[in-house]
Each structure stands twice: as C-alpha cells, then as structure tokens.
Design a binder for this molecule. Structure first.
Ligand code: PHE
Length: 478
C-alpha cells in the first residue's frame, strides 16, 4: 500500500472526520505517528504515513470548508492490536496513534487575547497564526525550507533534527532571558514585540527555542517557524515572517583532536557549514564574513553574498554564549548557532517584489512555484508579475502626542486595510516653536496585489484610519 493508501485506512480508523473538522485553513495532515507507550512513557514514535495534503483530504473526506476554520490539531487513540514484535521486548506496551496535522498546534483566541493590560496582539495578527506557510511544499517559503533541510541531510555524521511545528506563543523567559537579551534591550518593548501578557509573547525569533531544545537533549537541530515583530510597513517588512534557527553542539574530544580551542573549532566548523549551505541555495557566489553582535553568541558574524550586483546579508550566527549552553545541560561543551529569515532569501532568489505576496492565495502567484523546479541561484523559478495595479496615495497630518509611535500607527493601518496597504512613510516632520508642537505627515500607499481598488473603498479605509487616529490614538488631526 502506498503512503496515501495507508493514511486513508488509518483515516477511517481514527474517525478522520473529527480530526479534519478541527483543522484550520492552511493546515494539512502530514504525519501519522504510532506512539508506543509503556507505563505512561513514550518509548518509540513510529511514522506510519507521510505527506498527505489538505486538498486531497478535502476531496476524499468531504470536509466542509467551514469546518476548516476551527481549532485543535491532533487526536490520539489506542491503536489496533499491538504487533507481535513489540511483545518480544518482554512487556506489553500499549500503542497510540497520533494524527498530527503538521503545524503549530492550533492557536485559540483565548491564548492570544488575554484581556491583560499588556496584551497588544491584534486581530490582523491572530488571523495569520496557524497559516503555516512553511508547511506548504510548493510555497516559496516551503521550497527554501526544504532546500536548506536537504543540505543538512547531506552532511556527514549524525543527522540534524528538524522542528517546524513549535508553538509561536512562548514565555518572555524563552524569548529573551534564556538567550541573554538584556533587560533594557529595545526588542523587549511592547512597541516592538507582541505581548499576550507581561510574561508571554509571540516569539520574535526562533532563538526562543534554543534552550528548551538543548534541554531535551538534542545536539544538532534546525527550528523553523513564524515569528512576529511590530514594525513599519513597506515592501520588505511584514509583522509575521519566518525564520530558521540552527544549532550544533560539540564534545571536547572533537576540538582536542583538532588541537585548537573549542571556540575556534566551533567558529571554523560554523563558517564551513554555512558557506556550504549558501552555495546550495545561491550557487557559486562571492561571500564575505562580517563581524556582528548578538546577545546570544560570541564571537558573532553575518554572512554576506554578492548576488545580482549587490552585497546581501544572508544570516546571523556565532559561537553560542557558554552561559546558554551551560544552562541547558551542555557544561563543558561548545556550540554554534545561526538564524536566517526565509522571506528575504525567497524574495531575492525568486524575484518576489513585495512581502505581502507570500500570504496571497491568488493562484496567479501560488501556481508559479514548484519545489522540483528549484536550482541553486534560483534560476529555475522566477516570479512573473501578473500585473501591477495602480496605487492610491493618501496623506494624513497631525500633531504628535507623547504616546505616538510609527509602529502603533502601522499596526492600526494594517488592522483596517490588511494587505491592501503597501507602504506607510513619514514625508514631513516639523516643530512649530511658537506653540511647541510637532507635526508629522504620513503618506499611506494603498494597492492590491490582486485587483484594482475603487476610489470609494480607499476613501472608506482612509476615513477609518483618520477616525482611529483621532479616536483611539488620541491624535489631533490637521
Ligand atoms: N535571532 C537572531 C535574529 O533574529 C539571529 C541569530 C540566531 C543570530 C542565532 C545568531 C545566532 O536576528
């Protein structure tokens, strides 16, 4: 029986309908795992089926589209009789079958909207959670993810473990403290980060998972996921994007055999590994290492490549601060870590001009990408603009108050206009000394990636923006 067949029969077994009813849009069922459990402990996880995508389920199982809008992603049950070979181990384990729709476990409203005064997650952000673009094999982000994974699979030695479904809601402890982000670092500000409450955030980088994953005993791993940052609006910034983190731990014997100290050994191995990865993605390009600073690594570097006539930053990395490794059970060892943003790589490789396009479901975009077409340097996949619809520009001037920040304004505009807003830019800033007031003028560019907008709808959006500025934001419009 092929994989799909297996899954189908498992499906019946598992009352697949119930599982499907619980899926969210964009999720797909990818893994069916049998868990062998003995006295409450999981002894083994045995994959029994892989690679079934949502559309097939939709068709075969007749799941109403509306049902895909609800929570919960995994179901468990006692499985069919335990195969004989397991009894040979001398005990009677029970087996469970886990059907996991790969994806961050569904995020519920309650988890995100806490009612806490610190809570600053918007509806617009919530609507992106659980989309899991990086799980779609033929999505540009899924393609980049798999190309990088593939590269790590070619390396000698123990395989890198891969995590692409860790939950994006994490503690401030994980997101900041465990990776030594200073208490006064700007990234901790609610102007920069989405808080659920004072101690819980939407991760702003995948480094949030370094410590927990090390603590679980993993010493070579890749974590990929959606990360969230409050930011301004333009073609390359979006409040949700995707990062990949890599960590590799070394034993003293490894650097002793090489006759160098641990830091030097790790740094060298790091650079070689990442240069290989970069060639796997970009082909034979010129590269340079630039010194950098991150709170979690020392020394720290950025890798830049000369690509299509420009120097482009590919990733940040370094030798993990010993305190992090020691705190995660790695005393006496050494490690390296790197982090990269997938959207930026996909944008340059495939010539995708606007970061909003990653979120569109317009087939004129999605149908252009096929995993099998990838070639290093991206030549096998080139995005063809399907058309450029006219922009519509609106200016708004106001007296700045103490609470005003550009990020707050952008957040409000996104909430009102969603992906119809392309750019928000400060075009005038002056202080009237006589009355000691500061005036700003912002230009908002509206443009759809998919269709022409009407004047009426833009006017209505702009009117709402003005109302929100004058109301909720307490600004005096001019
Ligand atoms: N977390 C860093 C960022 O978001 C990237 C990074 C990861 C740098 C690991 C060094 C080591 O920019």
């Amino acid at each position: 029986m092929n994989d799909a067949g297996l899954a189908e029969s498992a499906a019946e077994d598992l009352k697949w309908h119930d599982a499907m009813n619980a899926l969210q849009p964009g999720n797909r069922l990818l893994r069916v795992v049998e868990e062998e459990v003995y006295e409450g402990r999981c002894l083994a996880k045995i994959p029994v089926a892989l690679g079934i995508r949502e559309p097939a389920y939709n068709r075969r199982l007749n799941v109403p589209a509306s049902a895909l809008e609800r929570g919960e992603l995994s179901i468990r049950r006692q499985a069919a009789p335990t195969p004989k070979w397991r009894n040979a181990r001398g005990f009677e384990p029970s087996t469970k079958t886990l059907a996991t729709a790969v994806g961050a476990p569904a995020v519920t409203r309650e988890e995100v909207f806490s009612g806490d005064p610190y809570n600053n997650v918007s509806e617009n952000i919530f609507s992106k959670m659980g989309r899991n673009l990086h799980h779609q094999e033929d999505h540009p982000l899924g393609i980049i993810k798999n190309v990088i994974w593939e590269y790590f699979d070619t390396l000698d030695g123990k395989a890198f473990e891969k995590f692409d479904d860790l939950k994006p809601i994490v503690s401030t402890e994980m997101n900041f403290d465990q990776v030594l982000v200073p208490k006064d670092h700007v990234s901790r500000s609610p102007n920069d980060t989405y808080y659920v409450d004072e101690e819980t955030v939407l991760r702003c980088h995948t480094s949030a998972h370094q410590t927990e994953t090390l603590q679980q005993g993993h010493d070579r791993f890749l974590v990929i996921g959606d990360v969230y940052r409050r930011d301004t609006i333009d073609a390359t910034h979006y409040p949700v994007f995707h990062q990949m983190e890599g960590v590799r731990v070394f034993e003293p014997a490894e650097w002793e055999a090489a006759g160098v100290d641990g830091t030097e050994f790790a740094a060298k191995e790091l650079k070689e590994t990442l240069e290989g990865m970069t060639r796997h993605l970009f082909g034979n390009v010129e590269m340079r290492w630039v010194d950098a600073y991150f709170p979690f690594t020392e020394p720290s570097f950025e890798l830049e490549i000369f690509f299509k006539g420009e120097w482009l930053e590919v990733l940040g990395c370094g030798v993990m601060q010993q305190q992090i490794l020691d705190g995660a059970g790695g005393e006496g060892k050494k490690a390296w870590a790197f982090g990269l943003g997938l959207e930026r790589l996909a944008m340059v490789l495939f010539e995708i001009p606007d970061i909003r396009l990653f979120w569109t479901e317009d087939e004129r975009f999605t149908k252009q990408f096929k995993a099998g077409d990838f070639t290093p340097g991206g030549a096998g996949i080139k995005f063809q603009s399907f058309s450029k619809f006219p922009p519509c520009l609106k200016d708004v001037s106001f007296w700045v108050n103490d609470e005003f920040t550009e990020n707050n304004l952008c957040e409000q505009v996104r909430n009102i206009a969603g992906d119809l807003v392309e750019n928000v830019v400060l075009i005038d800033d002056f202080t009237n000394k006589k009355i000691n007031k500061r005036s700003n003028c912002y230009r908002i560019t509206y443009r759809s990636m998919e269709r022409s907008l009407t004047n009426e709808e833009i006017d209505a959006l702009q009117e709402k923006v003005r109302e929100t500025m004058a109301g909720e934001m307490g600004l005096e419009l001019r």
